[in-house]
Write a protein that binds this ligand. Sequence first.
Ligand code: ATP
Ligand code: MG
Length: 583
Amino acid sequence: MVSWPTIIKDKQTRASANAPDFDALRESFTWDDARQLLDGLPGGGLNIAHEALDRHLADGHGDQVAIRWLGRDGSRRDITYGELASDASRFANALAAQGIGRGARLYSLLGRVPRLYAAALGALKAGLTFSPLFAAFGPEPIKARMEIGEGNVLVTTAALYRKKVAAWRRDVPSLKLVLIVDDDDVPDGCLALEPLMAAASDQFEIAKTGAEDMALIHFTSGTTGRPKGAVHVHGAVVSHAATGRYALDLKPGDIYWCTADPGWVTGTSYGIIAPLVNRVTMIVDEAEFDLERWYGILESERVQVWYTAPTAIRMLMRGGKEAASRFDFSNLRFLASVGEPLNPEAVVWGNEVFGRPFHDNWWQTETGGIMIANTAAMDIRPGSMGKPLPGVQAGIVERDDKGLRDCAPGEIGELALRPGWPSMMRAYLNEKARYDKCFVDGWYLSGDLAMQDKDGYFWFVGRADDLIKSSGHLIGPFEVESALIEHDAVAEAAVIGIPDETAGEVVKAYVALNPGFEPSVDLERDIRGHARKKLGAAVAPREIIFRKALPKTRSGKIMRRLLKARELGLPEGDISTLESDEK
Ligand code: ATP
Ligand code: MG
């Protein structure tokens, strides 16, 4: 594997970081201290919405912009902390007027519109459990998630309701109330939200929730199989506050943009909760990815902290450095990425184009918040996920008949965490056995393979299911994919193992090309040659297939299991989260 130079950041970045001495903070940090960053409810208890909104109003920040909303049509709207708190209270009162209160479960099925944020925070204020759904899901995945979570309220639009909910509504008896955010033509059996909000008071006495009360249900991405419903509690806000501060380097008043949709955990933990708790101004863009639009937003909105994903970064890279050079990114202070392994080339590319490197970080729906990260004061080793955050104990372990064994530095094993951080899931809904299986010998097993180097940096190898065993070598797809995308022609790559009589498995790659390149036998040979040079013949792909697009989840993760199932003629399994595809 080629090694990339370590990126050492300047003294100024280090001095201004929220954790200028990371190792010292790791030593001294306790979750009890982190809890002190927050307010808590008067008289005891903890509520996410109080920490995200009401606390700031009491401190005199009601006029600060909480959300700068950019409409698909070019419109722009500022919503202050004061306005968002009022809207959340009105929403909570509107629910109460319909007899919906503490303990009920509310789902949203909305694009990134302002009402989504008011509904999420209003539901939390009222002591409901909030579960966001991705608006692009089809009817079946929506119904399945509604059934698993036994949802009582749905907030959506008339069009989404007609297209995706109406046909099965009667089959899900738990669903009592459907609120429609756009009034014009309210479907039968639903209520228009706006008149209810208009009639409601903007004062609401917040539910006296405790740290262990259920607050959120997040469904996993479905990359490896059927999605799981992870349950999170109000106490998770302690993790959100601390990780926003130390992993994303958020400072009050920052302009911050998280590009993830709230239909996924990133878009809620870091697209609603952590930024508001850290009192930043967050950019919310209603539109989907568009290169010019994104560069334009970074420039004209003067974004300082940007949290995005490898798929998006690779799309920007595909557009070329030229396209970026016409924009001014001088306000950017901190760039971070999550969701998939971030190829070292992308880190280096970011450093050239934005003048700042991307800081990769790792976590899962289950962990509720960032666990391992490259922080602002750390030297970045491109291709590494960084180090465990303060309060997080991570290890690399291997299962054997006696239980778990610790792996030595440099050895590949399963990435494991010692439970105890506040945002850890409390259950998989209705799947106790699946949940219990995650815990062995006092560790939570993540299902991801990684290794730790002797300096404590963690390196992602692949999902446990995706590991390839070829002629006695253990091959992680990430390593091969990263080498492939270093070839000028390759924009994205997915690597799987296919059965082979002599080697056990051999490596097969699927690649999407950069503009200006066409599939050909010569190009295939050239890319294979490049991979062999970088990785050696034992690890390089035997075969490369050109694809216009790779199958991905709607949260942007490559679905290798689908490529493999198709390759082997096996059933495709759960594809409810599948987005782009080309068989
Ligand atoms: P499912 O559990 O349903 O198969 P999923 O694991 O993709 O789906 P998420 O919880 O959204 O669902 O994603 C978490 C996973 O994403 C991690 O377990 C890891 O495999 C991958 N991931 C997240 N961040 C990184 C990262 N920085 N580097 C490598 N992989 C990452
Ligand atoms: Mg997972």
